[in-house]
Design a protein around this ligand. Sequence first.
Ligand code: SAM
Length: 318
Amino acid sequence: MTDLDPGAGARHLPVLVAEVLDVLRPAPGAVFVDTTLGAGGHARLLAQRVQPGGRLIALDRDPAMIELARPRLEGLPVTVVHANFDRLGEVLDEHGLGRVDGVLADLGVCSDQLDQADRGLSFSQDGPLDMRLDLDSGEPASALLRRLSERDLADLFWRYGEERFSRRIARRIVEQRRRTPIKTTGQLAELVRRCVPRGRPGGHRGIDPATRVFQALRIAVNDELGALDRLLAQLPGRVRAGGRVALISFHSLEDRRVKHALRQREVWDDLTHKPVQAGDEEVRRNPRARSAKLRAARRKDDDTAPPAGARLTEEEQG
Ligand SMILES: C[S@@+](CC[C@H](N)C(=O)[O-])C[C@H]1O[C@@H](n2cnc3c(N)ncnc32)[C@H](O)[C@@H]1O
């Protein structure tokens, strides 16, 4: 297995790998957190570079991704935790860690999650309309479509999907659910496609008309923006002076939040004046990289907290 192969059974390719390593600078003895383990691509590279003496704490809210990533992390100093990244502080406390040397967040979902029809995340495969990344938390998308009023549905598609036909789609959903509940991704994708003029001015050229509605529902079902806000709020108190953070977002709602949080000049020195994006070569290999935006910052040197590595027990140092 090369460092960039997705590894046993996984398909997801990590994005902006060289750029992430360049801004985070993982070094022997350091303690890093990968808040979005996914298929373990970035995690493996970080964990290799913090040895000897360092450790990577890797979080994911999807237990299936944790199992997929495990073989890739064998023999490396990694502590894997099933948790939403909005619990970063609690997780670090549970492991006796105060502030860490670096944090990575590669937001959104993995190709492997989109590929599993039974997760209901993809409009290109028919499956139950679920979309929860953690089946123990929140309600499935089908329940939201049943419960929300026409107005709330329209707001949701507009706010989280910037879908300009949001009202028309919401109206059609309410009409349809009076007759029969919308339970599958195929039913919803077809309904949306019937509402949106294709290839005409104002229509969706190039992308499937269902794209924005699926994105909006996934964000709402998993409270993705709320979780991101809570993570961003914890970073200043959990990264040591001189430590580094890197966040990769895939749509403007995420990127706006990241940009705003890292703009706190009394806390962060900007490492990426403009967001870093993938080059043509990477986009050709991995089309998903096209919309990735990396922002990074360095925690200012104005506090005296000891580095997290100083508090690792011998056992934890592995
Ligand atoms: C784009 S993938 C990460 C890919 C990973 N960097 C790699 O190299 O394979 C995003 C991952 O973050 C997880 N995730 C999304 N939101 C999360 C949250 N709030 N807390 C923890 N994990 C989350 C998803 O389940 C998914 O596995």
